[in-house]
Design a protein around this ligand. Structure first.
Ligand code: GLN
Length: 445
């Protein structure tokens, strides 16, 4: 399938099916009872998985789709990779992405752009667009992504796949290249909720190598898939259905609400008044963290070095040639909002507003069990349509970024089509209630 379709789709930054087959053979210990004991064969044994190219795996190129890391080979396994290997889940390749996970269309990859399998002239979303496109196209059954402001949910929505951003702290970030550390979370994409639940089961859990990972027991996600929804309270945040949302998308979402009502759920309108500040707050905080995190790419420690003349020149040349336009834009915004004289007005203020956004969600999630919203205001847009207008691109993140600022789990579930293009709905749960999100998502299959 990869051989047949990859040229058109461009979902992989690096693909190694032969290596995956060899791994699978090694795992396949049918003749060796002893070996078999070393693997968790209950979940996805032998099922190939792709990693977003910002997740480090030992011996594999890990580039974050950036020129500055085009020669960087992982020297260790991310915790999620270690866990996948233990589960006997061979890695088939690295998924293309927006450079350093900055973007919503996959057009910011320094390698190549990714096409949406539903319509090759359109974007697959981003930044985990490679992960989403390969699952949608049947090139890989499951893939990992990362989500800082919607980068798993939005591409899942635009490609008709299911994608989950777990609670902040549910999955170890050790070995994930940092973008906005207080927002980043590794998650997963799949064709079905059951596959997704199995994959999260493998990668979730406390890790002492990640200081923000949380030591809370991981439930058995498969057990809750078939629970019924009688009495479940679903909140509809009124601010998420205001202007800017395509009418046809709204209809798909309202039909989903009806379906859940039929299954016994109670629907209630709720309010998240600080949502209107979500985009500006997110772009201040995430860019500030990005500027700080990306200072490590200096031509010395990782990747490409562009000049040997003197140290200043080496920094400047390596970063000038190594980073793409969007990454430079974020670094400039980040350094601006953190600079003395502006810090109080921008970064500090944004951190305060973030708290208010988080409190909005806490209040709403006391009244209801989950929130149901759109994921993206439009279906997959045409390549080239927004890439020259960054603000337009940022506005598309309106329904996803707040969830990262609150640290909550959310899932994008395929719910219908508009003009032949897939549309997803977003379900947002309380902290560590991924089980409930899977349970509801499963009802749409
Ligand atoms: N589209 C958002 C951004 O560009 C989200 C990216 C992400 O979640 N990694 O920042």
């Amino acid at each position: 399938r990869i051989e047949k379709t990859e040229e058109k789709i461009g979902a992989f930054s690096n693909v190694f099916p032969k290596k995956a087959i060899d791994e699978a053979k090694k795992y396949d210990s049918e003749n060796n009872e002893e070996d078999r004991k070393n693997y968790d064969i209950e979940l996805l044994f032998g099922v190939p998985v792709a990693l977003k190219d910002n997740i480090v795996s030992k011996g594999d190129l890990t580039t974050a789709a950036s020129k500055i890391l085009k020669n960087y080979v992982g020297v260790y396994d991310a915790t999620v990779v270690e866990k996948l290997k233990k589960a006997g889940t061979p890695i088939i390749g690295k998924a293309n992405m927006d450079e350093f996970a900055m973007g919503s269309s996959n057009e910011n990859s320094s390698i190549k752009s990714v096409s949406n399998p539903w319509d090759l002239t359109r974007v697959p979303g981003g930044s985990s667009g490679g992960s989403a496109a390969m699952v949608a196209a049947g090139q890989a059954p499951i893939a990992l992504g990362s989500d800082t402001g919607g980068s798993i949910r939005q591409p899942a929505c635009l490609t008709g796949t299911v994608g989950i951003k777990p609670t902040y702290g549910r999955v170890s970030r050790y070995g994930l290249m940092a973008f906005g550390s207080s927002l980043d979370q590794i998650g997963a994409l799949a064709k079905s909720t059951e596959d997704l639940a199995r994959l999260l089961q493998i990668i979730a859990g406390y890790d002492e190598k990640d200081a923000t990972s949380v030591n809370v027991e991981v439930p058995n996600y498969l057990e809750s898939l078939n629970n019924d929804l009688k009495g479940l309270k679903i909140g509809i945040p009124k601010e998420y259905f205001a202007e800017g949302l395509d009418e046809n998308i709204k209809k798909v979402i309202m039909d989903s609400v009806e379906k859940l009502k039929e299954l016994g759920a109670e629907i209630k309108e709720v309010s998240l008044p600080y949502s209107k500040y979500a985009i500006s707050t997110y772009y201040i905080i995430s860019s500030a963290e990005a500027a700080s995190n990306l200072s490590r790419y200096d031509g010395v420690r990782y990747g490409v070095r562009e000049s040997n003349e003197d140290v200043e020149k080496m920094y400047v040349e390596s970063r000038t040639k190594g980073f793409g336009d969007e990454v430079k834009r974020r670094i400039m915004i980040g350094n601006y909002v953190l600079s003395s004289g502006f810090y109080d007005a921008y970064y500090k203020k944004a951190s305060q507003v973030r708290r208010l956004i988080r409190d909005d969600f806490s209040k709403a999630l006391k009244e209801v069990d989950v929130l149901l919203t759109p994921v993206s205001p439009t279906t997959a847009f045409k390549k080239g349509e927004k890439i020259t207008d960054p603000v337009q691109m940022y506005l598309g993140d309106i329904f996803t970024v707040s969830i990262n600022m609150a640290g909550l789990p959310a899932i994008s579930v395929p719910a219908g089509f508009v003009d032949g293009l897939p549309v997803g709905i977003q379900l947002i749960g309380n902290y560590f209630r991924e089980d409930l999100l899977f349970n509801i998502s499963h009802k749409f299959e």
